[in-house]
Ligand binder design. Sequence first.
Ligand code: TYM
Length: 332
Amino acid sequence: MKGRILSGIQPTGNFHIGNYFGALNQWVQLQNDYECLFCVVDLHAITTNYDPRKLLQHTREVAAAYIAAGIDEKKCIIFPQSAVASHAELGWIFSCMTPLGWLNRMTQFKEKAGKNKEKASLGLYSYPVLMAADILAYKATHVPVGEDQKQHLELCRDIAGAFNRFVKDEYFTLPEPLIQKHGARIMSLRDGTAKMSKSDPSEGSRINLKDSDEEIMQKIRKAKTDMNLFPDTFEDAKGRFEVKNLITIYALMTNQDPQSVCSQFSGGNFAPFKKALTDAIVERIAPIRNEFNRLMQDKEALDIILENGAHKAREIADVTKTQVFEYLGLYR
Ligand code: TYM
């Protein structure tokens, strides 16, 4: 084994192809080479407005999506974050070692809080500290994520370093981010300068894993392009944000590099490309969606997987928590 992986996705509904290519698809490829823990980060999902009546359903959905996309639940530990108390406990401890200046730099907080900073919750602000606890609780060596989580991982490394310095021991190893060359930042179908996001009010901005073939077709038909012809090279797509994004998505869906996509469609208009793109997405997503729907019909089976995962995760995280308590002179 090359090390231990911890990663997670928020159960906020609307699991989309950005989450799939930025994170999940990468995990599927890594699961044979690393000891893997995949968390459904429900404690993160309550940092912004949410519906408590839907949260558990969304948690099961994320777990089902992991398995439907190819995560082997027998090999990997799949579990809900809130079922392992050490995450929140370590989160508090790390928050006592994190200067406000470090958190003030987090761009995602600024984006999510927007103009309403005064009304944003303390949880949203300190969220990257909880994320550091998620990772360090398992002493993970590698963390596969999309580009938007890079800054949070740097903070996690800073927190690990601060802890080590405080206790004068190399207790935590600094986790390495694993970020893909292509697909680490899939953009909105409506605005190539904005990230594809679960919280975008426009449904047409993203392809969800649950979308029907018809919905995929409609969304790609309406996806923004521009008046120019298809670029000859990927380099020529520079500055054409929407076009570049669609080429990247097609390349990822068909397992080729973006340049060969450009060679294939070079100089043409966008209609044949959009047709091929729709077919490629449907071919890739439909089997995952079907498996996802099948898994969602047996909630008890999913709950057993989550509870077994939580049990295994607790065993690892509780050792870290106990050792951290000892270092810090806390009562056990
Ligand atoms: P979340 O739930 O927003 O996203 C889950 C994963 O999907 C990636 N991602 C994207 N990748 C490419 N293009 C996009 N448009 C796109 N949108 C999202 C994210 O980078 C992420 O990898 N804070 C994290 C969850 C988390 C976590 C952790 C991750 C909590 N604790 C510990 C790793 C380790 C988040 O909100 O991801």
